[in-house]
Design a binder for this molecule. Structure first.
Ligand code: ADP
Ligand code: MG
Length: 260
């Protein structure tokens, strides 16, 4: 085995994966720049640290379970009148996660609730927080089956160890008393431990209806609202306002774009 192969094998067993993968480039750069021993070692260790941080970040994003990526930079504040630029900055800075605050985003379909929730979750993963995303429907399924299903148990465990839980689409489907109680138990357990972002198409006054129990609705809202900001996003659907089409109209084929 030549020296480079021996060194690569040593890097492998020491877990220095970046150095193993990039050995030729690292050596070439050091010779090119006439690096001192100290600078050379610093560049090796810096490279390893960066590589491990990037890997951990990708893992956090993958394991958060987002249905698709959404980014804060793509959120058009001009379209969303409910949030001021200052509030958006505060939301993006995520210190509210350290303060264990919750965030409730409510409003009709298409106003950007899911976009904002996922984008904040993405940013949180980037910044080192552990995040779990779920719709209310799959959360209920997971809570109902955790005693009999290993994967559900793993998801619940992950939720309990997350810094931020995103529950999307709360209130779209009515839930039974048993399911409502499971949700209440989760919200109670996470209080003072995990921040929750919840998106809903229901006003607080309608929670009794979809939970089917006034006392339970009050108890859940009481826990959620203690340290919480609620943003009511009203207005038109972004989807309808920015509808895209793929069929050619006459005007489109003449070079002018027009949605059909
Ligand atoms: P909701 O969850 O409120 O039903 P979504 O977040 O799914 O709505 O938004 C619907 C679509 O419109 C998505 O593709 C989303 O990216 C886009 N959208 C909504 N609001 C905005 C906004 N303010 N800026 C940019 N895109 C938006
Ligand atoms: Mg949505």
């Amino acid at each position: 085995m030549d020296k480079q192969q021996t060194l690569k094998a040593a890097c492998q067993s020491l877990g220095l994966i970046h150095t193993r993968n990039e050995l030729e480039t690292i050596l070439h750069d050091a010779e090119e720049n006439d690096s001192s021993y100290l600078d050379f070692l610093i560049s090796v260790t810096d490279g390893e640290i960066l590589y491990k941080q990037e890997k951990a970040k990708s893992k956090r994003i993958k394991e958060a379970g987002f249905p698709y990526p959404k980014y804060l930079k793509d959120f058009d504040l001009k379209f969303c009148k409910a949030i001021s630029a200052k509030q958006f900055k505060q939301l993006s800075e995520l210190t509210w996660i350290d303060g264990l605050y919750n965030l409730i985003l409510s409003g009709p379909p298409g106003v950007g609730k899911t976009h904002l929730a996922i984008a904040l979750g993405y940013q949180a993963c980037e910044d080192g927080y552990k995040v779990s995303y779920t719709t209310m429907k799959s959360l209920i399924k997971v809570l109902r089956t955790e005693d009999i299903d290993r994967r559900s148990r793993a998801k619940v465990k992950r939720i309990y160890s997350s810094n931020l839980l995103i529950v999307d689409e709360v209130g779209y489907l009515p839930i039974t008393a048993i399911e409502g109680n499971l949700f209440f138990q989760l919200v109670s357990d996470l209080q003072e431990k995990t921040s929750i972002i919840l998106t809903t198409n229901k006003g607080f006054e309608e929670w009794t209806e979809f939970l089917g129990d006034a006392a339970l609705a009050t108890a859940i809202l009481d826990r959620l609202s203690y340290r919480c900001d609620k943003i009511q996003i009203d207005g038109k659907s972004y989807r309808l306002e920015n509808r895209k089409s793929f069929l050619d109209t006459e005007e489109k084929s003449n070079g002018k774009k027009k949605a059909v």
